[in-house]
Design a protein around this ligand. Sequence first.
Ligand SMILES: Nc1ncnc2c1ncn2[C@@H]1O[C@H](COP(=O)(O)OP(=O)(O)OP(=O)(O)O)[C@@H](O)[C@H]1O
Length: 255
Amino acid sequence: MELTLEKVTHRYGDMPVLQDIDLRIPTGEILCIVGPSGCGKSTLLRLIGGLERPDEGRVLQDGAPPPGCLNPLTYVFQDFALLPWRSVGGNVTLVLEDHRLDGDERAAIIDDVLARTNLSAFRNALPRQLSGGMKQRVAIARALAVNPAVMLLDEPLSALDAQTRELLMEDLVGLWARQPFTAVYVTHNLAEAVRLGHRVAVLSRRPGRLREMLEIDMPLDERGVGDARLDSVQQHLWHLMKDEAMAADQELLDV
Ligand SMILES: Nc1ncnc2c1ncn2[C@@H]1O[C@H](COP(=O)(O)OP(=O)(O)OP(=O)(O)O)[C@@H](O)[C@H]1O
């Protein structure tokens, strides 16, 4: 299933937040969205996921979701959103409970996603026993359990320290390399965008418009820390965003 956004425009009250966004999210690709604070990145993700409807324009779903898909669009949030009283396995099972699956099918899905996210040994642990990185792995496992057509990630690594972020990026690359998934990944962090994005959409400051769509033609598993080509793409992104980020920052201070 492919998603296409046509001239998506949205406002909250009198405040225009997004303006004329055209985007295509092809199957098997990670699209990163970057832009200054408050430019409408999370709003765009909510519109893509159907949590809100755009004031103007359309979000189109083309084609069938993948086989075994239980939920075409699923989110991963910054704050993990785990139930503290449920174990790792219990948190993942949660998203399967509303679906007609027999015990074996459910167990097979859980075994698979826990193995893919290296969590099999932590199945019975409670969230409070886990580090931030492990909690986010659980949230990713839970999202994968429904075999979504598109995974929507909103700043998934922002609450983590630099080393954990690095490890999780490697995990996401490994997951994608073993079994490609489709994702829209919102981030402030340009290093994450160039490591994980097949394409990077750069939004202007509010109202967010699509300023540039950058294609990074380099396999994900060849993108390492300190790679000169990635550094230059990151520099280019920063160059595009710097003035707008400073203006957005000033606007926030003026409120
Ligand atoms: N439900 C809402 N009602 C009213 N205003 C909203 C709502 N959600 C977001 N906004 C406002 O819309 C603007 C865009 O918010 P959004 O969270 O989409 O931006 P963002 O680019 O994700 O921000 P950040 O980078 O700081 O996370 C902000 O000014 C925000 O305060």
